[in-house]
Design a protein around this ligand. Structure first.
Ligand code: HSE
Length: 405
């Protein structure tokens, strides 16, 4: 089988490496050799062992011998146009591009289905962790109630380096970039957009209805302070960037991205560095958890190449991956969703607050501040609670949700 790679960055070059290194084993797995016939990239790679670089997409589109194309370009344009043209031309497309799957997955899956070919995206969520296949295959008997977890390796690495090892944000981010974890623009990691795209994909798979990312409330890790980490430790929590999708009280699907207090008794709390962890909950199922390296060249490339093998094994068979197209009424704003909250206040005296766990800052630090863990409440109830405490002369300095108790 001749394949092509579009985008020879961290993951694309990893695909080249894995296909070359594991050639013998791959023949056993899919019954034929995999030959990389074209690599599309605008950059030059004079030192590469591969000599099949092109800057012209048509070299791939018009090569009748290329049956599977790996899209590791990232971003929407031109990846969307290229993927669509390839699928329309009857070529399988395998991708790690979560932004594209989240934005146009419904349409691209439909084209693949009509053509009896495949659009596969195991590498788009969780790097090397198998999570897409379990969701469309092993866990389909009952509906999920919740999917939540750590979906971004870069931010988990940064949080670990900063708050467990005392590293600065800048150094931790630079190291994550050097290790090939971060997006081309790391703001997508730090501000939660990458997690947002991933939870949109997991949500569609788990609940069967597409959601749109611009209605997923998304908050990153940039506002977390050393004080928040201090309180988390004192109260028995870790702070993690979480993507959460749930069947909402109002019947729609609610998805959100937020840094959260995760109790140390929850396995997500112990997941550090580049590792991701995803918990799927269902009424019949109980809880299952997926864990592994969530970013990085070879783990992600392994997931891509596994999809290539699957496409070769299903040359003329569409592996049905399906969800309903987006309908506004199916996506909930989450107004009735309740979470317990951690709220940090500045105040010389702690007012009488009922129904909350409370901790004051280390007395030696003389900071005149305290934090509370509230009961589960809606965002509106939280605003009212904060206002009531502020009425007592305190000032709210920050708040985070709790998840996983
Ligand atoms: N930037 C992403 C992350 C890459 O750090 O998780 C893997 O999707």
């Amino acid at each position: 089988m001749k394949i092509a790679i579009m985008g020879f960055g961290v993951v694309g070059s990893g695909v080249g490496e894995v296909v070359t290194k594991n050639q013998e084993m791959l023949i056993k797995k899919c019954g034929e050799p995999i030959e990389i016939a074209h690599i599309l990239d605008l950059r030059d790679f004079p030192d590469s062992e591969f000599k099949c670089f092109t800057k012209d997409f048509n070299d791939i589109l018009n090569d009748p011998e290329v049956g599977v194309v790996v899209e590791t370009m990232g971003g929407i344009n031109p990846a969307y146009q290229f993927s669509k043209s390839l699928l329309l031309a009857g070529k399988h497309v395998v991708t790690s591009n979560k932004e594209l799957v989240a934005a146009h997955g419904t349409e691209l899956l439909e084209i693949a289905r009509e053509r009896n070919i495949n659009y596969l995206f195991e590498a788009s969520v969780g790097g090397g962790i198998p999570i897409i296949r379990p969701l469309f295959s092993c866990l389909t008997a009952g509906e999920a109630t919740d999917v939540f977890g750590i979906l971004n390796g870069t931010t988990n690495y940064i949080l670990t380096q900063m708050f467990q090892k005392g590293e600065t944000f800048e150094n931790a981010l630079r190291a994550a970039q050097q290790k090939g974890y971060a997006e081309a623009d790391p703001t997508a990691d730090v501000e939660g957009h990458d997690t947002c795209r991933k939870i949109a994909i997991l949500s569609a798979l788990a609940f069967g209805d597409a959601v749109v990312t611009d209605r997923i409330k998304t908050e990153g890790i940039s506002k977390i302070t050393a004080e928040d980490v201090f309180y988390a430790e004192r109260l028995g929590y870790s702070i993690k960037l979480i993507g959460h999708a749930t069947r909402a009280v109002d019947g729609g699907i609610y998805a959100a991205v937020f840094p959260a207090f995760v109790p140390k008794t929850n396995p997500l709390a112990g997941i550090n560095d580049v590792f991701n962890g995803i918990i799927v909950k269902g009424d019949d199922l109980g809880e299952v958890m997926f864990y592994g390296r969530g970013a990085g060249k070879l783990p992600t490339a392994n997931a891509v190449v596994a999809d290539v093998v699957d496409a070769i094994k299903h040359k003329k068979v569409n592996i049905i991956i399906k969800w309903n197209e987006y309908k506004e009424e199916n996506q909930s704003e989450g107004a009735m969703q309740k979470y317990p909250y951690y709220v940090r206040f500045k105040g010389a005296t702690v007012p009488n607050i009922s129904g909350c766990r409370l901790v004051t800052f280390d007395e030696d630090a003389n900071k005149n501040e305290f934090a509370v863990i509230s009961e589960a409440m809606t965002e509106k109830e939280l605003d009212e609670f904060v206002k009531a405490v502020e009425f007592e002369g305190c000032e709210a300095l920050g708040k985070l949700r709790l998840i996983g108790e």
